[in-house]
Design a protein around this ligand. Structure first.
Ligand code: CAA
Length: 257
């Protein structure tokens, strides 16, 4: 692994981002957040992407939270700037038009859990540990946890996890819907590959539209969200994917997207 804060590799349109501060369990400091933001701005420009994977360097941790040593002496104003920059970056990751998959290979705490919550998919290794321990540090989650966690697991469980700061294992994370799958650490890459192959077998624009409908729709009232779905459904009939996908079904062959 190089000394870059974010290691970027790519295979067949699948970009893998490895957050690389293993000695600090990949804690998110300002430099790492700025670097991630830069990488995401570049990815936003590309229309040839299939998926983005995000993981942590080393065998122990996905991300153990925001960097506590850096935050320790911040003023309220500096804390606001720090959180705002992180929120912008996390939202960028969330809104990439392709599926974003967190490969949670160990500690997934505080800002790390908030990063995973912004991903469309989370696959955890069976040794992963999740939690929002911020109240134990005298603060609240600041990278989106008070908003995305209740949307993901419901307000009662989010209040439980955030007010106790308790840590949960991968099996509990799966049970409450915080992650999609749990596998052994050695299987993470193979499962990610299998998943991205499934994405690749489907219409690329259809996946983008589905993601847009879900994300934008969640922030709207039901009628507006359903109208958005109808528009995006109709838009699908303007592209080549729909004729290929439906044509392949009728002609009893595999679609070639
Ligand atoms: N910030 C800065 N450094 C961190 C860190 C963090 N969040 N988490 C771990 N590290 C550093 C440790 O200080 C240690 O560094 P040194 O070797 O220089 O002492 C190194 O990573 C290894 O950590 P430990 O020795 O503590 O490893 P461990 O296996 O004994 O414990 C752990 C692992 C349980 C994850 C423990 O490190 C820990 O509790 N980390 C903090 C977790 C946390 O509270 N996260 C929330 C941060 S606040 C936040 O994220 C706010 C927000 O919403 C924006």
């Amino acid at each position: 692994m190089s000394d870059k804060l974010i290691e970027v590799t790519e295979k067949e349109g699948v970009v893998r981002l490895t957050l690389n501060r293993p000695k600090a369990l990949n804690a998110l400091n300002s430099d790492l957040i700025a670097e991630l933001n830069k990488v995401l701005v570049d990815l936003e420009q590309r229309d040839d992407l299939r998926a983005v994977l995000i993981t942590g360097a080393g065998e122990k941790s996905f991300v153990a939270g925001a960097d506590i040593s850096e935050m320790r002496d911040k003023t309220p104003e500096e804390a606001r700037v720090f959180a705002s920059q992180a929120l912008t970056t996390v939202k960028r990751l969330e809104r990439l038009p392709v599926p974003v998959v967190a490969l949670v290979n160990g500690f997934c705490l505080g800002g790390g859990c908030e990063l995973a919550l912004a991903c469309d998919w989370a696959i955890a290794s069976d040794n992963a540990i999740f939690g929002q321990p911020e109240v134990g540090l005298g603060v609240i989650p600041g990278f989106g946890g008070t908003q995305r966690l209740p949307r993901r697991v419901g307000p009662a469980l989010a209040l439980d996890l955030i007010t106790t700061g308790r840590k949960i294992d991968a099996a509990e994370a799966l049970r409450i819907g915080l992650v999609n799958r749990v596998v052994s650490a050695g299987e993470l890459d193979a499962v990610a590959e299998e998943l991205t192959k499934q994405f690749a077998g489907n219409g690329r624009q259809a996946i983008r539209s589905a993601k847009q409908a879900i994300h934008d729709g969640m922030d709207q009232d039901l009628d507006s969200a359903l109208a958005l779905e109808t528009s995006l459904f109709a838009l699908g009939f303007a592209g080549e994917e729909q004729s290929e996908g439906m044509g392949a079904f009728v002609e009893k062959r595999k679609p070639n997207f």
